[in-house]
Write a protein that binds this ligand. Structure first.
Ligand SMILES: Cc1cc2nc3c(=O)[nH]c(=O)nc-3n(C[C@H](O)[C@H](O)[C@H](O)COP(=O)(O)O)c2cc1C
Length: 397
């Protein structure tokens, strides 16, 4: 029995969470092509519900059907799919977990085949032919997007979910506004950090107005983007202080973008390997400056390190992503002491260029979610070449 990770926590809005482990957002690619949650998703969330995780963050849910991050992603634009979201909430929350909807707009990070006309803070294109050049949002369009985030949060509440999270990390639209590399605006939404953070803060305020004071709201934010000229640790620290002053309920710290995939450990420093979590040094500094509960995601693998991070007051909640793909009840097992660690399989094709790029990591785990949704167990021996062929449409070299 691991005591500290099993302890309850009360959020600033007064809501109690049953323990300190959260399932981080994992995009499933299992909705209908129109974005409606499916029976396979209900099955997956039912499995995760048995984990009794304190919070289950949904995979990112889109605010606008015209701008999608990947195929078969969930969309919550209006109440068309309300009944399906209700089923998702019931499945996930049957054992006391709270389901929070993670709400996202991809901005420029939307592949061409899904988004012919992407939008962003500015017209800075992704450095890959997979994406179209984005058009900068006008002032009126910015307010429309902000309003849509609020609408999705309201759908989360009306469906019976217990919270909502802004996806402010990993290079998506909120990140694009925060970063000086992708935000070159000369108006009140660009330039100074205060201006670049305005978009995230106005989204939070819009959501808060719509869902009321008692509904938990949070954000996932990068500790840094790890690219020259982009969002830095110092800037992230300041933005977290701004969000703290707005009285958010929970801030989840991650890092990197899909150009620099630090969120799955590709940039972990030697000095932090013994502490597992990729962004631990950063969160320790943040903790000294804010009172908002902090959650850290990325790299946690042993009950011992998770418990000591809570015991030492370094973090308030532990986020786990890939472990929930391989061991869907991992939080219950860790808390009850049945499992000491959740080490992950190595995904190796044997071709260095492919393995070092990390290009198969996210899809390999996404396919595990498809197995769970089909009522099968995860398969640690899933062939990475099968994933390569599906992702690239090419045969193995
Ligand atoms: C298949 C897959 C899908 C993901 N989808 C999302 C997502 O929708 N939103 C998000 O914020 N992070 C997403 N992530 C990142 C995870 O939430 C998490 O930050 C990352 O996996 C690091 O945590 P871990 O080391 O415990 O896996 C995804 C990761 C994987 C492997």
């Amino acid at each position: 029995m691991s005591e500290s990770i099993g302890k309850k926590i009360t959020l600033p809005c007064g809501v109690e969470i049953q323990n300190r482990i959260a399932k981080s957002a994992l995009s499933e690619g299992m909705a209908t092509p129109d974005g409606c949650p499916t029976p396979a998703l209900f099955k997956l969330y039912e499995e995760w519900g048995k984990s009794e995780a304190g919070i289950i963050f949904s995979g990112n849910v889109m605010i606008d059907h015209k701008h999608l991050v990947n195929a078969n992603v969930m969309i919550a634009e209006d109440d068309t799919y309300l009944e399906s979201y209700k089923k998702l909430a019931i499945a996930a929350q049957a054992h006391g977990s709270q389901l929070w909807m993670q709400i996202n707009h991809p901005g420029r990070q939307a592949p061409k085949y899904l988004d012919k006309a992407p939008v962003s803070a500015s017209d800075i294109a992704m450095p890959s032919k997979v994406y179209n050049q984005p058009t900068p949002l006008t002032e009126a369009e910015i307010w429309d997007v902000i309003d849509r985030y609020g609408n999705s949060a309201l759908i989360a509440k009306e469906s019976g979910m217990k919270g909502a999270q802004i996806h402010g990390a990993h290079g998506y639209l909120v990140s694009q506004f925060l970063s000086g590399l992708t935000n070159k605006r000369k108006d009140k939404w660009g330039g100074s950090l205060e201006n670049r953070a305005r978009f995230a803060i106005e989204i939070y305020r819009n959501m808060r107005t719509k869902v009321g004071p008692d509904f938990p709201l949070g954000i996932k934010i990068n500790s840094a983007d790890f690219q020259r000229g982009a969002f830095t640790e110092e800037e992230s620290m300041e933005v977290i202080q701004m969000l703290n002053d707005e009285k958010m309920d929970l801030i989840e710290v991650s890092g990197g973008t899909y150009e620099r995939a630090a969120m799955v450990g590709t940039m972990q420093k030697e000095s932090t390997k013994s502490r597992e979590a990729y962004f631990m040094d950063f969160i320790v500094k943040v903790k000294q400056k804010v009172t908002v509960p902090l959650m850290l995601t990325g790299g946690f693998r042993t009950a011992e390190i998770m418990s000591s991070a809570i015991d030492n007051g370094e973090v308030d909640m532990i986020g786990l992503g890939r472990p929930f793909c391989m061991y869907p009840q991992v939080s219950k097992e860790l808390i009850e002491g049945i499992r000491k660690d959740c080490t992950l399989p190595q995904i190796k094709t044997g071709v260095d260029k492919i393995d070092q790029s990390g290009m198969l990591v996210t899809p390999w785990y996404m396919f595990q979610l498809h197995r769970l949704g089909a009522g099968l167990g995860a398969d640690p021996n899933m062939d990475p070449w099968m994933v390569y062929e599906k992702v690239t449409g090419k045969s193995r070299p």
